[in-house]
Write a protein that binds this ligand. Structure first.
Ligand code: 13P
Length: 254
């Protein structure tokens, strides 16, 4: 049993504002009386405003998938922390592997984003994870160390930060990490987070992400080091996402 747990939906580049609103309506019916898990929805930027209105009065929280570290200025195509907050966003995913690998975001950009999010009152969902090649060549620890020490440099106050361990080889592949692999990786992540942040690192929840679905969520949430999930594909249908939330809820203490 766990004192609390998070279930975060990362919708990536899926759903318009209207689709996001109807998802919330449908999920509300499926999840009546399920209010123990902390559920965060991260729709695309264009759906944030509508989603913020839909979530009013609901026990769920709004998150974004990325942001820029500057307050404003000549950054075509980017979004600032104030713009997110104006849509009622509270959490922001930073350093997702798709940003790191497909869009070339280096650790020092992610670090600036983390610092900006914290200083403006947003809670970062800071993502780390190794590729299959890095794991197979024994570099997993080094990769996690670099991502964490550089990504969290200068952080003095975690401001409700969540960490997500998402091994790149498990994202969107249908092949999730085993509970044993997750426990080991989360232990490494936790150590490096404490090395970077000191005592405040101990209380930062560590979520797992990578092919989480209704079939494996019940087994994976039992792992001691898992404080919740960051879910991609299975968060796109309200039925499968609700099933995952129900699995998680059964492991949260009253
Ligand atoms: P999948 O759940 O589709 O594997 O995606 C995981 C992910 O990238 C969440 O951020």
């Amino acid at each position: 049993m766990k004192p609390s747990a998070y279930v975060v939906a990362n919708w990536k580049m899926n759903k318009t504002g209207a689709e996001a609103q109807s998802f919330v309506e449908k999920s509300s019916k499926l999840l009546l009386n399920m209010e123990k898990a902390k559920v965060i929805f991260c729709p695309p930027f264009t759906a944030l405003f509508d989603m913020g209105i839909s979530l009013e009065g609901k026990p769920w929280i709004l998150g974004a998938q990325n942001m820029h570290w500057e307050a404003s200025g000549a950054c075509t195509g980017e979004i600032s922390s104030d713009m997110l907050k104006a849509c009622r966003v509270e959490f922001v995913i930073l350093g997702h592997s798709e940003r790191r690998h497909n869009f070339g975001e280096p650790n020092n950009w992610i670090n600036q984003k983390v610092l900006r999010a914290i200083s403006t009152g947003l809670h970062p969902i800071f993502c780390v994870g190794e590729t299959l090649e890095e794991r197979q060549s024994g570099k997993m620890e080094d990769v996690l160390h670099k991502q964490i020490s550089e990504g969290l440099a200068g952080v003095k106050n975690s401001n409700g930060m969540l960490i997500a361990y998402e091994p790149v080889w498990a994202i969107g592949t249908g092949e999730h990490a085993t509970a044993e692999q997750i426990e080991k990786a989360h232990g490494i992540v936790k150590n490096y987070v404490c090395e970077s942040l000191g005592d405040i690192g101990k209380d930062i929840p560590v979520l797992y992400g990578g092919s989480v679905n209704p079939e494996n969520a019940g087994e994976l949430i039992k792992a001691k080091s898992v404080d919740g999930f960051l879910v991609g594909g299975a968060s796109l249908e309200s039925e499968s996402f609700s099933e995952i939330i129900k699995e998680v809820e059964t492991f949260i203490k009253e």
